[in-house]
Ligand binder design. Structure first.
Ligand SMILES: *Cc1c(COP(=O)(O)O)cnc(C)c1O
Length: 723
């Protein structure tokens, strides 16, 4: 077989993020050259760029990899071309015009850090599941050239942020080309001078378009870092959630307005607009403008049509978490749009206010989306309740329960988060017609029949993978900090005990997630962790927003504890939480702990990833856990709930957390039969897999969106337009 053919096949695979959820492909690259694979940070294109033909030929032959390469390429081709998908049967109307899915972040893979947390991972999982199911959907987002940061802790445990420049050549990103063969760009409306002053010279700002292929779907990414833009505007898409309000409104205009124009430039005419959070809500204004222009209709008629076909998902249960812009800023950035829409300032501002007449209210992106989308939803059942109550004033005269905001509970993309070992249990049972059978549902059958012993053994293997991963990272961390290598080598040996009950806590270090709740009483903590018969250990990870000193202080508190003599080796803080380390953690710990301040966790998805791997959740009854827990499939931190005084609430939740750990989690884990296997625990693992795997999968979520929102919205369009 010629090396050219091998390279062509490998490049074809490397140019689609599809490979990221097919572990046999990852293993192919790893087997070709393990150290290079690590060095290029798991980016196949970077890998191929560094490996010359002679070496590739040599390695492929020596390791007999040719067949595996061809097989992987054929599988990808087959899957992407299959017309036998769920979407083919159920969502045919979207084939003509796809769904446009707008999101300020997309977490597809660790090599493309254009996500900061749950919202982005959800968006990535949504696009992947839609691709697997054959639901035509185009993502629209921003290409952050400096991405989200790499987290390093200094000697005192204080977070430092490092930004790397994203190299588009080393990622499966293609410039979207126009008929002239040049990269397409779209125009963003010029700004006018600050209110009151004479308009400054209108600068033309453009965004270049990139395409990321994700299975059979695509994500369009906008990038203002192009030479023709003035310096100030090139920075717009550099960093995620970094700047002040001014940078934010600029980013949101590029995302929403630029995003709609990008679709048009690419010849994509979406049947449905789905806004993942309010950041992209300006897309609605641009959609109205386009309808007005094309069909010669007035603002109100166009607005009604756009509402018919638009779906809005809100994610934020706290009023302060919603983007708001003052009037002057709106005037500076939206004058051109307002003129094109033919509406006066009061009408525009009113679209973003609960009370349109209230001068005191800033323009809120969530309100805009709620007013202009006929289908709105929260991301879990409780979050639906919270949202209806929070926004009831938008529908005066209605009771909370009558507010038209529903819920579709989030889910996670099974193949992205499930361990290879776990998937193999299911794989041999998967019918040939894989794409028709949503992965998690098939997986449940295997769980019913697997023996407790094998499930436990598999879990031990995953746990040991995690422990070696953490140890290796620890050595690297220490090296970077200039620690004495002999000392760190001595320490690493007793870092984490494979037999000890291992708790994982990893998420953004936002203060409401209360990472340090467990630390309230050191003596009680010492009794819990340092019992020689029943040892317990904890692994933490998470980034704090660069400007959130409160979150950074929590990280420091945990690292101080981890370095204390008492807890050395039993508490670990793993630097630089990202998709890669999340995958290791959710696959390898015994228990996934989640103790946010109720009701601030809209849904939470990391616990779903844990559940897919037989890891038990121990969670506050908030977000998804309220509908997930059935008394047998994990543990609930059972406390009375919200209190007007957050300190009282913290105190009560702390007590409940420690109680459940001491009285339920630890005893069940250490209740061993003669063969050393914890039967009761494994029963719970199975219950968790059976009751949560499918229900909280992204397959189920995308099917819910398709049947509950996309199809009705698309039908609305076919009624109002004649095509
Ligand atoms: C899943 C995930 C999240 C979201 O987790 P929550 O439990 O919803 O906070 C955040 N960051 C990364 C890297 C993840 O993989």
């Amino acid at each position: 077989m010629s090396v050219t053919l091998l390279r062509t096949k490998l490049e074809m695979i490397a140019r689609n993020f599809w490979w990221t959820w097919h572990p046999e492909v990852t293993e192919l690259f790893r087997d070709l050259d393990p150290s290079l694979w690590r060095e290029v940070k798991h980016r196949p294109l970077a890998f191929l760029a560094r490996m010359d033909d002679a070496v590739l030929e040599d390695r492929a032959r020596a390791l007999a990899l040719e067949t595996r390469i061809l097989r992987a390429a054929r599988r990808m081709d087959d899957e992407l071309k299959s017309h036998n998908t769920w979407g083919d049967r159920h969502a045919g109307v979207l084939k003509v015009r796809p769904v446009a899915y707008f999101s300020a972040e997309f977490g597809v893979h660790e090599s493309m850090p254009i996500y900061s947390g749950g919202l982005g991972i959800l968006a990535g999982d949504h696009v992947k599941a839609a691709a697997d199911l054959g639901v035509p959907l185009v993502g629209v987002g921003l290409l952050y050239r400096q991405g989200y940061f790499t987290q390093r802790l200094d000697a005192s445990g204080w977070q430092q942020e490092e930004f790397e420049h994203l190299d588009t050549n080393l990622l499966p990103l293609e410039p979207a080309l126009g008929p002239d063969g040049k990269q397409l760009t779209v125009k963003v409306d010029p700004e006018t001078g600050p209110a009151g002053s004479a308009a400054s010279a209108a600068v033309e700002v453009r965004a270049a378009l990139w395409i990321a292929r994700v299975g059979r779907n695509r994500i369009v990414l906008l990038d203002t870092d192009i030479p023709s833009n003035p310096e100030e505007y090139r920075e717009i898409t550099h960093r995620l959630y970094w700047g002040d309000q001014q940078s934010r409104i600029r980013q949101e205009l590029v995302l929403g307005v630029g995003g709609m124009r990008a679709l048009r430039a690419l010849g994509i005419r979406p049947s449905v607009l789905h806004l993942n959070e309010g950041h992209s809500a300006f897309a609605l204004l641009e959609a109205i403008r386009q309808d007005m222009q094309e069909d010669g209709i007035d603002f109100d008629t166009a607005a009604e049509r756009v509402s018919e076909r638009s779906v809005f998902t809100t994610h934020t249960p706290v009023p302060a978490g919603h983007d708001r812009f003052p009037r002057a800023m709106m005037a500076q950035h939206l004058s051109t749009m307002r003129a094109a829409l033919g509406i006066d300032e009061a009408k525009l501002l009113g679209l973003g206010r609960v009370d349109p007449a209230s001068e005191a209210e800033n323009f809120c992106m969530t309100v805009l989306a709620l007013k202009l989308c006929n289908r709105c939803n929260g991301v879990s059942a409780v979050h639906g309740d919270v949202s209806r109550d929070m926004w009831k004033n938008l529908w005066p005269g209605r009771k909370s329960s009558e507010v038209p905001i529903g819920h579709i509970t989030n889910g996670v993309h099974v193949r992205s988060w499930i361990a290879r070992e776990m998937l193999q249990i299911a794989e041999h049972r998967l019918p040939a017609d894989f794409a028709m059978a949503p992965s998690a549902a098939v997986f449940e059958d295997s769980i019913r029949t697997i023996s407790s012993g094998s499930l436990w053994e598999m879990h031990q293997v995953l746990k040991s993978h995690l422990i070696s991963f953490v140890r290796q990272r620890f050595v690297e961390q220490e090296q970077r900090r200039g620690a004495d290598p002999r000392k760190s080598a001595a320490r690493v040996g007793h870092l984490l005990d494979p037999r000890a009950l291992t708790l994982g806590f990893a998420r953004r270090f936002a203060t409401y997630k209360r990472a340090t709740l467990f630390m309230r009483d050191r003596e009680r903590l010492e009794r819990l962790l340092c019992n020689p018969e029943r040892p317990v250990q904890m692994i933490f990870a998470g980034k704090s927003h660069p400007r959130d000193d409160g979150g950074k202080a929590l990280i420091r508190e945990i690292t101080e504890l981890a370095r204390s003599a008492t807890f050395d080796g039993r508490i670990v803080f793993l630097e630089d939480y990202d998709i890669a380390s999340a995958r290791m953690l959710v696959q390898g710990v015994d228990v996934w702990v989640n103790n946010p301040r109720r009701p601030e966790e809209a849904c939470g998805t990391s616990g779903m990833k844990a559940a897919l791997n037989g890891v038990l959740n121990c969670s506050i009854a908030d977000g998804w856990w309220v509908e997930a827990w059935d008394g047998t499939n994990g543990f609930t931190i059972d406390s009375p709930g919200p209190h007007s005084d957050p300190l009282v609430q913290d105190e009560r939740d702390y007590a409940a957390l420690m109680d459940v750990l001491e009285q339920q989690v630890v005893p069940l884990f250490y209740d061993r039969a003669a063969d050393g296997v914890p039967q009761g625990w494994i029963e719970r693992m199975k219950q968790s897999l059976l009751t949560l795997g499918w229900r909280f999968s992204a397959d189920r979520m995308v099917m819910d969106y398709t049947t509950g929102a996309y199809l009705p919205a698309a039908r609305g369009l076919s009624r109002s337009l004649s095509y």
